[in-house]
Design a protein around this ligand. Structure first.
Ligand SMILES: [Zn+2]
Length: 347
């Protein structure tokens, strides 16, 4: 059974001019309904996270600050992260969906779960909203999984941006593995190969920075040669995916060149890893994705992969890759794969 966690309240945060808009969700839900997929999913009920649950990963003073800011009508938290009067309530509900998904997976009630939530979360640090993110949904989900019986959690983040908040929250922890594929150099500027964690967490952070125009085949190589073996070596009880779709070549915010087929392949590989390591427990939480045709197609492909069905609609290919850029991408990939494999003794 594949679960979907969605609530119309997720449309109530944000401004129409912002790329992280409610319209992103309208087109996704429309597509899932029009293709008949919506009725094939198990729609789980959920409520907002509690302050105590958000406190698993965020400082109390930050939670209070955001609550009070929203109660007073909202305001800017950084250059492109703006809270409205509704943001606190909506962000609490997004985190609540992530907790319900983690619980349902740990209890074996569903095989896979995809949280269609906003605002996104992976840039949110312990006491800071950043990059459209307020509460770190995937980090809260990881803590929820630990609460409901997991001893080790793996997070794979394929959003085009580095999940600096998630990395920061678990940087010193050995029970949560964080793996990120992201465009580099790019916002937020973190996520180098040598950021590997500290103290108990030394070795539990794996960054795979990739140059602009990296394509499906480069991501496939990173999964086959590094991510899949690293997940197997770590032995998680659940795999969580920070599922951002802004690495699509049409996305207006980034320069990566994936297609919706690439997302389908990644979800398949994540599902196979989950079946091999943790009885198939796979939870996905939406992060970015700003192209209003690429996003719904990519989300559709994600559900098709989870349901074990073939792709229905082919995607257009990105423009051809210049040989010099292809060489540069392969150099980045070779370096990341070789360095991490040696460090993690995956030979
Ligand atoms: Zn992103």
């Amino acid at each position: 059974m594949v679960a979907c966690l969605y609530n119309p309240l997720f449309l109530e945060h944000g401004q129409p001019w912002h790329p992280e808009s409610a319209e992103r969700f309208e087109v996704v839900v429309d597509r899932l309904q029009n293709t008949g997929l919506w009725d094939r999913l198990q729609h789980l009920d959920f409520g907002p996270a509690t302050v105590e649950q958000i406190g698993w990963v965020h400082q109390p003073y930050y939670i209070e600050y955001l609550r009070d800011l929203c109660a007073a009508g909202g305001g800017a938290l950084d250059a492109d992260t703006y809270a409205t009067e509704q943001t606190y309530e909506v962000a609490m509900l997004a985190a609540g969906a992530s907790i319900t998904a983690a619980e349902a997976l740990m209890r074996g009630q569903v095989d896979a779960a995809f949280c269609l939530v906003r605002p996104p979360g992976h840039h949110a640090g312990t006491d800071q909203a950043r990059g459209f993110c307020f509460f770190n949904n995937v980090a809260v989900a990881a803590e929820a999984a630990l609460h409901f019986g997991a001893t080790r959690v793996a997070i794979v983040d394929f959003d085009a941006h580095h999940g600096n908040g998630t990395q920061e929250i678990f940087y010193h922890r050995g029970d949560v593995l964080y793996i990120s594929l992201h465009q580099s150099p790019y916002y937020p500027g973190t996520g180098t190969v040598d950021e590997v964690g500290v103290d108990e967490g030394a070795g539990s952070t794996i960054n795979i920075p990739l140059p602009a125009e990296s394509r499906d085949e480069h991501y496939r190589r990173a999964w086959e040669e590094l991510i899949v073996p690293a997940l197997k070596a770590f032995g998680p009880d659940i795999i969580l995916i920070s599922a951002g779709y802004d690495a699509h070549w049409k996305d207006p915010l980034t320069g990566l060149s994936l297609t919706a087929v690439g997302f389908y392949e990644m979800v398949k590989m994540a599902q196979e890893s989950a079946q091999q390591t943790c009885q198939g427990r796979l939870g996905l939480i939406l992060e970015g994705g700003y192209h209003l045709e690429a996003l719904p197609l990519s989300v559709e492909n994600t559900f098709l992969a989870l349901l074990g069905e073939p792709i229905r609609q082919p995607d257009e290919s990105p423009p051809p890759l210049h040989p010099a850029q292809a060489e540069r991408i392969n150099q980045y990939l070779d370096y990341a794969i070789t360095t991490h494999r040696r460090r993690l003794k995956l030979e």
